[in-house]
Design a binder for this molecule. Structure first.
Ligand code: XBP
Ligand code: MG
Length: 263
């Protein structure tokens, strides 16, 4: 079946947002609220086990800071902290501090020119998606994506399949018509639970995750001058025949995947 749509995860996939973006913004929000919490890079790696910023704050208190005395309106407290974090995070993005990963801009332009449908499928807050896209790709970039599936629109965040299911329903697509781009264990589990074939580009926080069920696992999407490295996946052989990801490579991958499934 021909490739109809590219479904992009955001954090870690479109850009390396976690270590120097979300983490920094969480710490600024804690400081502003007069809390002496600090999430260093190693602790943040552990906290990434849970997706969603509000969920991550709760997980931190449940697992790593159990003696914290919770205020009466705990839900309101978490929401307030998270809103401040979003304010700091979008500010960091507006300063142009977080660039897109290699190959992302090139592939998005190619898909757009070819009329391939695109969507964003993420657990992060919608305002963060808007800020990233407008500050990297330009003012109208959000309109290039038919659907922006983000944040709390589904109650169960990744690794649950719900956000992918929601996107497929809204775009009236079957999973085999789509390809997901993910960077993490939670991300690929979500996409595969919705039956969407997945290409993974790893980052420092996720390089040891289990991506054995990916179509292809790469260092990044690659550029003509700076090829990607193939790290694994069911179609690793095919990946090794190309230096960077473009639509032609993606179509070959989808064909290989459907042939493998029908064998
Ligand atoms: C990554 C995440 C997000 C961000 C925080 O999601 O786990 O929770 O770290 O975002 P994805 P918010 O890779 O699916 O984009 O604070 O806005 O919830
Ligand atoms: Mg991600």
């Amino acid at each position: 079946m021909a490739l109809q749509a590219l479904l992009f995860d955001v954090d870690g996939t479109l850009a390396d947002t976690e270590k120097d973006g979300h983490r920094v913004a969480f710490n600024l929000a804690f400081e502003e609220a007069g809390l002496d919490w600090h999430w260093d890079e190693a602790l943040y790696g552990q906290l990434l086990a849970v997706t969603g910023g509000k969920e991550r704050i709760r997980y931190f208190l449940d697992r790593f800071h159990t003696d914290f005395t919770r205020p009466g309106d705990f839900d309101g407290f978490v929401k307030g902290l998270h809103a401040a974090k979003t304010r700091f995070y979008t500010q960091l993005l507006s300063e142009g501090r977080i660039p897109l990963r290699p190959g992302v801009e090139r592939l998005i332009h190619e898909a757009r020119d070819a009329g391939v449908r695109m969507a964003v499928v993420t657990t992060t807050t919608p305002a963060n998606v808007t800020a990233l896209l407008t500050h990297t790709l330009g003012q109208n970039a959000e309109t290039w994506f038919e659907v922006i599936a983000a944040g709390d629109i589904v109650p169960a965040k990744k690794p649950a399949p719900d956000i992918y299911d929601w996107t497929l329903r809204n775009m009236d697509l079957t999973p085999e018509q789509c390809l997901a781009f993910e960077d993490s264990d939670n991300g690929i589990r979500s996409a595969l639970a919705a039956q969407v074939p997945t290409l993974v580009t790893i980052n420092d926080y996720t390089r040891d995750d289990d991506f054995s069920k990916a179509l292809l696992t790469l260092s990044d999407l690659g550029e003509p001058e700076t090829p990607y490295q193939v790290l694994g996946g069911r179609c690793a052989e095919l990946g090794r025949q190309h230096p960077y990801v473009n639509l032609s490579v993606l179509e070959q991958l989808m064909r290989a995947a459907s042939e493998a499934t029908s064998d």
